[in-house]
Design a protein around this ligand. Sequence first.
Ligand SMILES: Cc1cc2nc3c(=O)[nH]c(=O)nc-3n(C[C@H](O)[C@H](O)[C@H](O)COP(=O)(O)OP(=O)(O)OC[C@H]3O[C@@H](n4cnc5c(N)ncnc54)[C@H](O)[C@@H]3O)c2cc1C
Length: 467
Amino acid sequence: MSAVIARDSRTPWSTVTRPPARWWRDASAAFAWAVVLFVVALWVSGGGLTDFGALGDGLTNVGRLAGLLASALILLQVLLLARIPIVEQAWGQDELARVHRLVGFTSFTLILTHIGLVMVGYSVGTGVGVVGTFLDEVLHSPGMLLALAGALALVMVVVTSVKMARRRLRYESWHLLHLYAYLGAGLALPHQLWSGADFRASTASTVFWWGLYGAALASVLIFRVAVPLARSLRHRLVVSEVVAESPTVTSVVLTGRNLHRLPVRAGQFFQWRFLDGAGWSRANPYSLSAAPDGHSLRLTVEGVGDSSERLGGLRPGTRVLVEGPYGRLHAGVRTREKSVLIGAGIGITPLRALLEELPPGPDATVLIYRVGSRDDLVLSEELVSLAASRGARVTAVVGHRQLSGDSWLPVEASHVDDAEALRRIVPDIAERDVYVCGAPAWMDAVIAAARSAGVPEEAIHHERFSY
Ligand SMILES: Cc1cc2nc3c(=O)[nH]c(=O)nc-3n(C[C@H](O)[C@H](O)[C@H](O)COP(=O)(O)OP(=O)(O)OC[C@H]3O[C@@H](n4cnc5c(N)ncnc54)[C@H](O)[C@@H]3O)c2cc1C
């Protein structure tokens, strides 16, 4: 078991990542709605409401609106996922992933509607039918072949994201296919430029569309490429120690230059690339398992597949590239004096780091650690000793999960109500912030129980260990 990394005074770097005010979240949502409304306004000003004379015109007209909205939503998606710090901190990864899924499926439906309505509309009265019209458009209209390729790329992204297909794919394969969404968005541009009259209908329209495409491209290049590269070069992280915590769990300690300037807080995570040959091409998210002390970072990883299992064999001196820090599971989002940290399995890692950073005091923090068996407890010695030094209380809830899968409690406690169990362990839970981390289904059960126990929505903070 590795030694406790304890820190008694709050260090200046722990205040670097401040969560943006709540209104940033509302402001970014308002921006997205404003974009959608502006697209509708452009369509209306281009004759959208009056172009309903003949059946074909009417269908094409509505199809045009669907296409414009689909383009805007896809570009908003790119902005949403560009990891713009203020957006990422305002929403949090879990919420962004949920919105991404919703907007993704909506824009996909709009693309299909666009293609369907425009083709049927064009075909009315031509005598060549919908298929003939479709082929004619693809083969003879400028940019249309590229747009079709783009649409097919997006179809592939959506199909591989449907739950059943997603389960059958390795994460890396799914992620690689998902990147084709950028290609899909890019390939739609030529047909908007060449044949999409809406793109060039007015100066406002041209400025708007170029602005949106430009902002999406710039934010990806800046926040997903330039900033991570600059940060990695600046801090030059290297593996300094590899510690076996259990037969399946490994801690990796990293050192680097000027780590006191890295704007990271306990509870956050990075995407890590270990440059030891095969590792450079794969970025995996791991949370810090100790509060950053300005000199080193530590992550603790359970081996569940190729990348995570490989970490046990890392050699000291291995260079590491990082993207991040990301995540809202840090002390800066607190709304109350006291907290409860509830983690399951390897989900304990960010909570272990948070325990080190949250204000000390008698019973100020309660940590509930849910595991299947005592052998699954990791970092337990340091948790106990850290809790003692900070006046915190640690409760392990041990036992196999219930078959129904909708309770956070073990089968031995199936007679106890989920919320009641929380209240028994932490009677004043309704007056505390609740931080939750673990497997998605288990987290859903804990969050539901916390709500039933009276914890308000804004005091519940969570990070899922899978997207
Ligand atoms: C925000 C966050 C923080 C995490 N922190 C920790 C941690 O501190 N300790 C820890 O042990 N685990 C953590 N995980 C889980 C860890 O990222 C995965 O277990 C690991 O990436 C698995 O990769 P693999 O190649 O070993 O296994 P695989 O067999 O390739 O994957 C197993 C499962 O892990 C998930 N996964 C794989 N690769 C990625 C990826 N690049 N991005 C997101 N999910 C992926 C997928 O759900 C996949 O089905 C975290 C995950 C997230 C999303």
